[in-house]
Design a protein around this ligand. Structure first.
Ligand code: G3H
Ligand code: 13P
Ligand code: NA
Ligand code: ZN
Length: 328
């Protein structure tokens, strides 16, 4: 059944677990994620980006998620707008059955230019008031996601945003976080701690210099009752880089966020963990393997079935490691 982000994350906080938020664009991703949720008895957050909404269409997405809920009646599901860029995106999502929205006011509407604190507070407060009036939840974001190695901000799609940023802009300030949550009344807060979107997060195994779990600890100290959200939380596992590269892909060596670090984050108040890149790599790795091993094959199901199995295995692992398993 569909529930709100607030309901799910309150339960997660009471029971000290984290919930992966997997991006969804199509039926195969939906089926694979739900199969994992069912196998683990885990609640799940399905999130659709603006790109996903235009790819599948709002009507298709709504009916698809309704169908998934009907197929898996015992699983609690949140349907969440990922990175809403303005009021219209968030409100139209709610009108199409989303139970939760992210109003990302850390960037301006173009989702590239870092926004002022005042702009962020104003737009997030406005969206939260409107969403709460109709029973939907809101995730805000404070701090610009980006690389502490290069100083580059990361746009929503993993490409670089405008200009170089200082360490201060790339790490959420705990005092500002407190002011932001009080002023906006948002239900969950996405923070910046050195992660970025996409596969190319770190050029080496991350340590405390480039992945600041200390920032999360400090924010949690000031805001022990706020549900924290980690974006850019794909682990970019080596086995998936290898699967892709052994089958004709060209992904330069890269490092993501180790699952152990996410587990530490969950112990420090992280409740929602955004994962898209790992899911993409799982499916694409199997597409490539089938294309390489069976060049005579042209039935798309022969590609999508192993791709869904790889995605299900990945999701099961995250449900188990984040403590979500057994909680639906
Ligand atoms: O945060 C970005 C997510 O990975 C969604 O990406 O906008 O390409 O659908 P997308
Ligand atoms: P990844 O690119 O690390 O999967 O992050 C996804 C994300 O943060 C979606 O909002
Ligand atoms: Na989000
Ligand atoms: Zn994100």
């Amino acid at each position: 059944a569909l529930i709100t982000l607030r309901q799910l994350l309150d339960h997660a906080a009471e029971n000290a677990y984290g919930v992966p938020a997997f991006n969804i664009n199509n039926m195969e991703q939906g089926l694979a994620i739900m199969k994992a949720a069912e196998a683990c008895d885990a609640p799940v957050i399905l999130q659709a980006s603006r790109g996903a909404r235009s790819y599948a269409g709002d009507i298709m997405l709504r009916h698809m998620v309704e169908a998934l809920c009907e197929m898996y009646p015992d699983i609690h599901v949140v349907l969440h707008q990922d990175h809403g860029n303005n009021d219209a995106t968030c409100l139209s999502a709610i009108r199409h059955g989303f139970t939760s929205v992210m109003m990302d006011g850390s960037l301006e509407e173009d989702m590239k230019t870092p926004a002022s604190f005042e702009y962020n507070v104003e737009i997030t407060r406005r969206v939260t008031t409107a969403a709460h009036a109709v029973g939907a939840s809101v995730e805000g974001e404070l701090g610009v996601l980006g690389s502490l190695e290069s100083g580059e901000a990361a746009a929503e799609d993993g490409s670089g945003a405008e200009g170089k940023l200082s360490h201060d802009q790339l790490l959420t300030d705990p005092d500002q976080a407190m002011e932001f949550v009080m002023a906006t009344r948002c239900d969950a807060l996405a923070i910046a701690c050195g992660t970025s979107h996409g596969a190319y997060k770190f050029t080496r195994q991350p340590d405390g210099e480039i992945l600041s779990m200390e920032t999360i600890r400090r924010i949690n100290e000031k805001l022990p009752n706020t549900h924290l959200v980690m974006h850019g939380s794909s682990s970019v596992p080596q086995y998936l880089q290898d699967l892709i590269n052994e089958n004709g892909g060209h992904m330069p060596q890269t490092w993501g966020v180790p699952v152990e670090e996410i587990e530490r984050g969950i112990a420090m108040g992280v409740r929602k963990v955004n994962i898209d890149t790992d899911c993409r790599m799982a499916m694409t790795g199997q597409f490539r393997r089938v294309a390489t091993e069976k060049p005579e094959e042209f039935d798309p199901r022969k590609f999508t079935i192993p791709a869904m199995e790889e995605l299900t295995a990945l999701c099961r692992d995250r449900f188990e490691r984040f403590g979500t398993a057994g909680q639906s």
